[in-house]
Design a protein around this ligand. Structure first.
Ligand code: ADP
Ligand code: MG
Length: 395
């Protein structure tokens, strides 16, 4: 996979560079409650500003559906972005944008108004692409998290302006390539989370790619049920047992070893440290019990599997980690993966909203080789789909 980066952009002094970023941050009472996405823009925006470009940030905010409104305006993000970048950031409305851009000086950074104030943004409308392109000399896509959408600002622009991957995009693509594109074998995948139904395509793709598929979380129950295990009151999609069987068959044919838990942590009620808490063999779950975590013996065996692997890709927690002690398996396995990564024997890439929260809960978010905060785009990449925003950069 080859794409141009900021190393290839050449002299941008005084040139206007349109940079697609992800500024879709959570806010409450007018304040940014999690600035992860803003911090991800620093490398690219400050580098281009240092190189003397006029930096024009393109982004969407919420779902305004083509209707301009104060609620979805990006004006409120100029101050928080400026604080994170440590330099001034101005705001440019879609009215008078040409004049405002012309007035910028080399090194200035400005946020353009919400791209979705144009209905044609999400339709990849040539008129909107042209409208954006007329403001800049170069296009930089730094928003992997929006790359699963073929929108004017995420895909269309790459075809009409010289296009480059920003630093965050470059880091994400490099990490993902190492984890699933051209990984060092053996490769392990941990797939957990609540339901099989939300990750069917991920599982189907991974069985043909990885050497070990470790299934945990609620979705393991569906696989256990498919194998004839009585899972009691556990979260389980009984209507998907045939699909689960098919996935297990395909894994077998592809030479992928599937690891299902053989001991589990169960309880009669879903609460923190419940009185009915116990650990048992998967074949001993009572009719009124729920499986809420993978058991300690299985976790030890899984840790041994990871020790034999060179690459790990992880999506989905192993148990209901938000409630103690059902975080134990996720925390233990995450710490093992982090330790192996630190030792240099494992390349570890993780992604998914709850997965990132779980890794941070385990205190190892910073110890994986790469943690993707991209959500939908990360999952589509795990499904083996081509992301239009990436494909346009690679082409
Ligand atoms: P991600 O956001 O990382 O893709 P998911 O949204 O698929 O992950 O799954 C996360 C959810 O799965 C968590 O809220 C967790 O509590 C739940 N979960 C994991 N294991 C179980 C289980 N055994 N029973 C019920 N819920 C579970
Ligand atoms: Mg989730």
């Amino acid at each position: 996979m080859s794409f141009k980066t900021l190393d290839d952009i050449g002299d941008v002094t005084g040139k206007a560079v349109l940079v697609r970023e992800d500024l879709n941050v959570p806010m409450a009472d007018g304040l940014v409650t999690d600035d992860t996405r803003l911090r991800a823009t620093v490398a690219t925006l400050n580098e281009l500003s240092d190189k003397g470009a006029k930096v024009l940030v393109l982004a969407h905010f919420g779902r305004p559906k083509g209707e301009p409104s104060e609620e979805f305006s990006l004006r409120k993000l100029a101050a928080p972005l400026s604080q994170v970048l440590g330099r001034p950031v101005s705001f440019i409305d879609w009215e008078g944008d040409k004049e405002a851009v012309a007035a910028l000086k080399a090194g200035d950074i400005a946020i353009l108004e919400n791209t979705r104030f144009f209905g044609g943004e999400e339709k990849n409308d040539p008129a909107v692409i042209e409208r954006f392109a007329s403001l800049g000399d170069f296009y930089v896509n730094d928003a992997f998290s929006a790359a699963h959408r073929a929108h004017a600002s995420t895909e269309g622009l790459a075809h009409v302006l010289p296009a480059f991957a920003g630093r965050a995009m470059e880091a994400e693509l490099t990490a993902l390539e190492k984890a699933l594109g051209k990984p060092e074998h053996p490769v392990a995948a941990v797939v957990g989370g609540a339901k099989v139904s939300t990750k069917l395509d991920v599982l189907k793709h991974l069985v043909g790619k990885v050497d070990h598929l470790i299934i945990g979380g609620g979705m393991a129950n569906t696989f256990l049920a498919a194998r004839g295990v009585a899972v009691g009151k556990s979260l389980c999609e009984h209507d998907l047992t045939a699909t689960a069987d098919e996935i297990l068959d395909n894994a077998d044919k592809a030479g992928c070893t599937v690891h299902l838990p053989y001991d589990v942590v169960v309880s009669k009620e879903f609460a923190a440290n419940p009185a009915s808490l116990r650990t048992c063999n998967v074949h001993e779950v009572a009719a009124d019990e729920m499986i809420l975590d993978v058991g300690p013996t299985a976790v030890e065996a899984l840790a041994d599997v990871l020790k034999t692997c060179k690459t790990l890709v992880w999506n989905g927690p192993m148990g209901a980690f938000e409630t103690e002690p059902f975080d134990a398996a996720t925390v233990a396995l995450a710490r093992t993966a982090a330790a192996l990564t630190k030792e240099g024997s494992l390349v570890s890439v993780a992604g998914g909203g709850d997965t990132v929260a779980a890794l941070n809960h385990a205190g190892v978010g910073g110890d994986f080789s790469y943690v993707s905060t991209a959500g939908g785009a990360f999952l589509e990449w795990m499904e083996g789909k081509e992301l239009p925003g990436v494909a346009a950069l690679v082409a």
